[in-house]
Design a protein around this ligand. Structure first.
Ligand code: AMP
Ligand code: GLY
Length: 420
């Protein structure tokens, strides 16, 4: 079986590598991918993620059994609908089902309609009304651009002035482009964040191990929000009862709700949750795998990933199994300056061997192909599995200390919340 993965980051590296481990899979192509992936036998296809019809031609010409869509932008642009119209299978939600991610206002409406716990909110396109709402509610308060903004369209404001400024940036000064033409302003939720992922087809779903991302750039959750600087799974201090509650109050009702709305969900459902004093509440839904969470969740899968996705696509029961013990932890290495401006072209350390896996994101061969160079904000991620979080941290940080990471940086405290 030949498969295609759409995307280019560490997430897609982890998806593609896991698919290639399946005994029935002969080839995994990644469009457009990154050069680091080729070190794991993955084949790059030079097609950009928005070139859907070229991808469809490629999938037809190469007898691709099905295509796994990684990034949110492709889903929001309707790539799955286009594949389906061309008679091809793709794993990911339709454009209408992916609206759970691409419009925060839509997600909020679904949550209100189907009684799913989330922060109280208002949606505004008029600045004066937004300002009045912020002044009425007081701080702390959270201001979010309605549309996709690469994780940067959220301001957790500690004062009313900050919140008003964020609303002004989005609504009047157009700083987030179209995605900020409407804003969702919501109650600040206090508690620990965690992510819950599921493979979904309609009402059928298979939960993955819980995961915790680290979104801020620097140690101690300081600095700007990034795509994610490291993660681990499962979250050992999260009681099973919390997961059970989240399934009953969040996962099941949202999937039922999407069917009732005529937008049945297929693909990965990513619930970003906060464990408040009143139980788990939704911060956001995403319509795809997380990055870097995928890189620490998929190594825990013990079943045949390609068979699992084939079965889910066909609506058949999937036999999905996971490592029960141990924890998987990974640390992202990024370019100095990320998430703002950064330099490219730093020579990267050798790919790790043994029980530490390297997943590449922004990596490109030099012109003579002898060296792999940095070529993006997040560059690579080291991932390992060990009995405990401290044991995994020890292995990863020992390796990172030995690597030459000049021009690059990483957080030194990934997983520390799990070691109280
Ligand atoms: P989002 O892009 O919606 O995941 O938001 C980015 C980050 O902002 C989240 O990971 C949270 O840390 C924070 N955040 C978003 N919404 C809230 C909220 N209602 N209360 C507290 N923190 C929030
Ligand atoms: N890790 C956060 C995200 O993928 O959105």
């Amino acid at each position: 079986m030949k498969l295609l993965v759409v995307g280019s980051g560490g997430r897609e590296h982890a998806i593609a590598k896991k698919l290639l481990e399946s005994p029935q899979v002969t080839d995994v192509f990644v469009a457009p991918g990154n050069d680091g992936m080729t070190l794991d036998g993955l084949q790059l296809v030079n097609i950009g993620i928005s070139e859907h019809s070229t991808m469809i031609d490629f999938a037809k010409a190469n007898d691709i059994a099905w295509t796994f869509i990684g990034p949110d932008a492709a889903l929001a642009a309707g790539i799955v609908d286009e594949f389906n119209q061309a008679g091809l299978k793709a794993f990911g939600p339709s454009r209408l089902a992916a609206e759970l991610e691409w419009s925060k206002d839509f997600a909020k409406e679904i949550m209100v309609t189907y009684g799913i716990p989330t922060a109280a909110y208002g949606t505004f396109s008029d600045f004066d009304k937004a300002k009045a709402y912020i002044e009425e509610k007081g701080a702390p308060i959270v201001v979010k651009a309605d549309g996709l903004a690469l994780g940067k369209g959220v301001v957790v404001a500690e004062t009313v002035e900050q919140a008003v400024e964020a609303a002004r940036d989005m609504l009047l000064d157009n700083k987030f482009g179209d995605s900020g033409a409407r804003v969702v302003i919501e109650e600040f939720l206090d508690g620990e964040e965690f992510s819950l992922f599921a493979f979904v087809n309609g009402e059928q779903f298979y939960l993955m191990p819980t995961a915790q991302d680290h979104k801020r750039a620097f140690d101690g959750d300081k600095g700007p929000n990034t795509g994610g600087m490291g993660a681990y799974a499962p979250v050992p201090h999260l009681p099973q009862s919390v997961v059970d509650t989240a399934v009953e109050t969040i996962v099941k009702p949202v999937l039922k709700g999407m069917i009732a709305e005529g937008r049945p969900y297929l693909g990965i459902l990513y619930c970003g949750l906060i464990l408040t004093a009143d139980g788990p509440k939704v911060i956001e839904f995403n319509a795809r795998f997380g990055d870097p969470e995928t890189q620490i969740i998929l190594p825990r899968l013990t079943s045949d990933f390609a068979q699992n996705i084939t079965d889910i696509l066909e609506g058949k029961p999937a036999n999905i199994t996971w490592h029960e013990d141990s924890v998987t932890l990974g640390v992202v290495v990024a370019s100095n300056g990320y998430p703002l401006d950064y330099e490219k072209g730093v020579v990267l350390p050798e790919k790790t061997t043994g029980d530490i896996v390297t997943y590449y994101a922004g990596a490109k061969f030099s012109e003579n192909s002898k060296a792999l160079l940095s070529n993006g904000g997040r560059v690579y991620m080291l991932v390992t599995t060990a009995d405990t979080v401290p044991a995994a941290q020890e292995k990863i940080y020992a390796e990172l200390t030995n690597q030459n990471t000049e021009g690059l940086f990483y957080r030194n405290d990934i997983g520390s919340k799990a070691v109280k």
